[in-house]
Design a protein around this ligand. Structure first.
Ligand SMILES: [Zn+2]
Length: 170
């Protein structure tokens, strides 16, 4: 893939954030990790993405300090699972802002959507940043998703540095 212009040194924070997050695969990889799908094979299956594309995005997210690669033993060779750092966890409001925007301006073919649930009070929030009922900040620790791609009712989100969330296969 040809390298595009880098905005990593730009004075505008939107440009610097776009440099790290302004890529569909990177955002979808973060979505998967938040949902507990944090191993290469699981992400590849869910995203239906080519190996080299997924490897490159994981490498980039690790390099930018949003994910850390943690080796685990599976069969013959050690493999990595990917954990959110504090910087990765702080990208949750970005995913929520995209969700709120998409719900307002795009259509879901199935009619289903991602519901952002405040786990502090148990209500759905139309904002991705703060619970409109109880005022709690919506972080990975205080938010669950009712996601159209998951059969689970509510997905507890992965937090910084936690290696196993309920949705992760052994
Ligand atoms: Zn609440």
């Amino acid at each position: 893939m040809p390298l595009r212009t880098s905005w990593s040194e730009d004075n505008c924070p939107i440009a610097r954030a776009a440099d790290v997050l302004g890529d569909p695969w990177s955002l979808l990889v973060l979505r998967e990790v938040f949902m507990g799908n944090n191993r290469f094979d699981g992400m590849k299956k869910e995203l239906r993405v080519a190996d080299n594309v997924l490897s490159e995005r994981l490498r980039r997210l690790v390099g930018a300090g949003l994910l850390i690669a943690e080796p685990y033993s599976a069969g013959k060779r050690p493999r990595n699972e990917y954990l959110l750092t504090a910087a990765g966890t702080d990208a949750l409001p970005v995913l929520h802002a995209l969700t709120v925007w998409a719900q307002k301006h795009t259509g879901s073919p199935s009619g289903k959507s991602l519901r952002i649930i405040c786990t502090t009070c148990g209500t759905e929030s139309a904002s991705g940043a703060w619970c409109q009922t109880c005022g709690a900040e919506l972080t990975a620790a205080t938010t669950a998703w009712d996601h159209p791609k998951s059969s689970e009712n509510l997905i507890e989100l992965a937090k910084a540095g936690t290696s196993h969330s309920p949705a992760t296969d052994a």
